[in-house]
Design a protein around this ligand. Structure first.
Ligand SMILES: Cc1cc2nc3c(=O)[nH]c(=O)nc-3n(C[C@H](O)[C@H](O)[C@H](O)COP(=O)(O)OP(=O)(O)OC[C@H]3O[C@@H](n4cnc5c(N)ncnc54)[C@H](O)[C@@H]3O)c2cc1C
Length: 398
């Protein structure tokens, strides 16, 4: 029998995450959203929240206890991120998911020395914020999935070995999450320009204060207002050889071992889908037309039920992928996690649009949350690969 009920421990975690999201994150998000000021630096407001959430264990949940973590499962992270995503999907994805997933990645594939050094911040006074760096402005990020074995296709940033350091040169896209505010960067670069892309990608752990790494000013987005994105310039950045994660050319293979990143994005988007549904439901119970609440008109009722059904379906896909991440990481990475992520984003986009419709003219005002839901949901379309390209990746494993 498959049991989808949460354990008592998971229910406590869910309540803790919900209280944190609603009582502490919500007021900060409101200040950022209402400021209407493009110059605002969200990290100044969110840093304290990130530290508090990390101290609650939300970025080290899945790390083994011997590395300072709580030794919990992927589904536990999904539970936490759904709660944070329901309040603000950009905070869930940018700060908590990136850091939790990259920490787990090190725990899985790093050497013992790397695990000790890179994860030494866990349980320290100052938790670390991570950034995962792949995309480049003049290169289609979708090239990572390209089956053509042409070395000219894909990422141009290079890493050339010079005795005990690799020298990194290149320019990363203006969409890099946490660029300029992170404590450390996981940067993908090519260690061979004469080999096909996937055989030449290597991964480097680069501390923020390494000479030669610079950042543009904050990129303005249409939504995700609580997050920070910028371009990264790498100008002869020396990275010690002991900061290479895995071996030369292994980055693509190693990242296949980490479905938790996609599952975290998916869970955050289930949160957004749920929030849009609950917001529309609440409105539909109060708004009166033709003498009765609009939820009593079947045209509205059917929309609400569809929002609820789709949200529940997306959540079950996330929990299924999280389960597979424990037992069959390969299947989780290639099929279950991208399927859950693309479906959750689809549902969030649909629910945001439906909430906008149910709110009538009020949905068009900045006073309502409909515009925020729409913008934040649509950003999910191309965060962490576009939906189509992610789906094209799945077809290879059917
Ligand atoms: C908010 C946000 C945060 C981000 N954070 C990060 C980050 O932290 N680190 C990072 O490295 N990147 C980050 N990105 C970049 C993101 O990964 C890319 O924007 C995304 O993968 C899309 O890549 P692209 O913009 O190069 O689109 P392209 O690859 O240029 O695609 C353009 C269009 O063509 C379609 N397309 C391309 N190739 C094919 C094909 N073969 N078949 C069918 N259709 C195709 C795509 O679906 C899309 O519609 C972020 C993006 C956003 C929006």
């Amino acid at each position: 029998m498959i049991d989808f009920s949460l354990t008592q421990e998971q229910q406590i975690l869910q309540t803790q995450a919900r209280d944190f999201a609603q009582n502490e994150i919500q007021p900060v998000v409101r200040i950022i959203e209402e400021s209407n000021n493009p110059e605002i630096e969200p990290w100044e407001f969110c840093q304290k929240l990130f530290h508090k959430g990390s101290q609650l264990g939300f970025t080290s949940l899945m790390l083994p206890e011997e590395l300072g973590g709580l030794g919990r499962k992927c589904i536990d992270l999904a539970i936490v991120l759904e709660e944070i995503g329901a309040v603000d999907v950009s905070i869930a994805c940018s700060y908590f998911n990136v850091t939790a997933a990259m920490s787990l990645f090190i725990a899985k594939v790093g050497t013992t020395e790397q695990q000790k050094r890179i994860l030494s911040f866990v349980n320290s006074e100052k938790p670390h914020l991570f950034s995962a760096v792949e995309s480049e402005s003049n290169v289609a990020t979708s090239d990572v999935f390209c089956p053509i074995q042409d070395p000219n296709i894909g990422i141009k940033t290079t890493a050339v070995r010079d005795r005990d350091v690799y020298i990194l040169n290149g320019r990363k896209s203006s969409l890099i999450t946490n660029a300029g505010i992170a404590d450390a960067y996981f940067i993908i670069a090519r260690t061979a320009m004469d080999k096909p892309l996937r055989e030449s990608l290597s991964l480097f752990y680069v501390e923020a204060d390494t000479p030669g790494i610079k950042f543009s000013k904050k990129t303005q987005l249409i939504g995700w207002n609580a997050s920070h994105h910028a371009e990264i310039y790498l100008d002869n950045v020396p990275v010690p050889v002991e900061n290479m994660i895995g071996q030369e050319g292994e980055a693509a293979k190693l990242l296949m071992l980490c479905p938790e990143f996609s599952i975290g994005v998916a869970a955050s988007y289930v949160g957004l889908a749920r929030a849009a549904y609950e917001y529309a439901l609440n409105y539909a119970k109060q708004r009166i037309s033709w003498g009765r609440p609009i939820i009593e008109h079947q045209a509205v009722a059917l929309k609400l039920v569809e929002m609820m059904i789709n949200t529940q379906a997306a959540r079950l896909m996330v929990w299924d992928a999280a389960q597979q991440a424990e037992t069959s990481p390969q299947l989780a990475t290639t099929v279950k996690a991208p399927a859950a992520e693309t479906f959750a984003v689809d549902v969030a986009i649909k629910n945001a649009q439906t909430a906008f419709e149910i709110l009538g003219g009020y949905g068009a005002t900045k006073e309502s949350l409909a515009g925020k839901f729409l913008a934040d949901a649509n950003i999910g379309y191309s965060y962490d690969f576009t939906r189509e390209v992610f789906r094209l990746g799945i077809v290879n494993f059917l």
